[in-house]
Design a protein. Sequence first.
Length: 380
Amino acid sequence: MREPASVLVPQMNVNDDHAVIVAWQVPRGGHVDSGAVIATLETTKSTFDVHADRAGYVFYQHEEKSIVAVGSVLAWLSDDQNAPVEQFAAANAASINGPGDGEPVNDARFTRKALRRLRELGLSADEFTATGRIDVVEVERVASTRKAHTDGYLATRAERAATTDITKDPAADLYESLDQSPSKLVEAARLTEVYRAVVPSLVTVPFSAARARERLAVLADSIGPVTLLERVICETAATLVDYPDLNGFFARGRGWKYKNIAVGFAVNAGRSLRVPVVRNTARLSQLDVCRAVRDLTLRYFREELSMQDVSGGTFTVTDLSSVGVTYFVPVLNDRQAAILGVCAADASGQQNLVLAFDHRMSDGMRAASFLNEMRERLES
């Protein structure tokens, strides 16, 4: 009889650290053929199926709507219909941590020094989702942010303890669990990780709604109708050329800048939040940007967005001007130094541009300079 085979949570996108189990497509202990769908998972980017790479009986521990780490064990395939899942879990822990001493002896990703430091810090290999070579610097980074992918969940030990405490709260009958979508659960876990390390700052600059409309009217006479969002995306890309500190991210103790500019824009119209990306934005004309935004938006409504459409963004624009929001605080995305919010006009006819940024990458004066240039471009 063959050894049980682990089915791992796949990494569908380079920035994905975790996913939510939307649905199990086979009951515990159920038999599947090779290629059959075992479960449906969802990230902030997409929904996808996980398939069996061989026939067997399926065993798993996680319930639906559980958050699981990329690279962790989702399920096991066994030739034995009566095999206990606890045995598989113990075997998996041993293969990761090694016999008795906690050192991940079977994980070739780690350098020798990284393995030694891993042991000193009391970490385990399942806290690392990277597939490439892992050195001491990466081990120190994970230790400093206290990532703990335990039991396949992306959550810190403190968060898991807090969850347990809530269930023991004497006033627990005063509240109940909120039914949240899988994509929202993934987003919450991701943002928790982002804001555990980021140093967020905020700068706001107003611009004239009337002057911006006049500029849009001039553009309409030459290339056809242009929305404010399309105009902002185009001008954002043009401005970012001189602000590489806002078109990058902070990792491993230093800042990094992207070689290209790819502006994503937030869309949420009842089909969950998605951030389609306009690629090579700085190289596109205003008309090209309009076409790209409309094509991506149409595919959003048709639920045809591919992983390619929502991956690779270097900066994000979120526009709430159409729903009357005169001020809000945009939330930074993973591997991005800044995000630009566009607000609705207030009673004085002014609209706010709000830039949230990572202070490890830039500062208030630079952010203000960026927004003032944006104001000039929108009003010119």
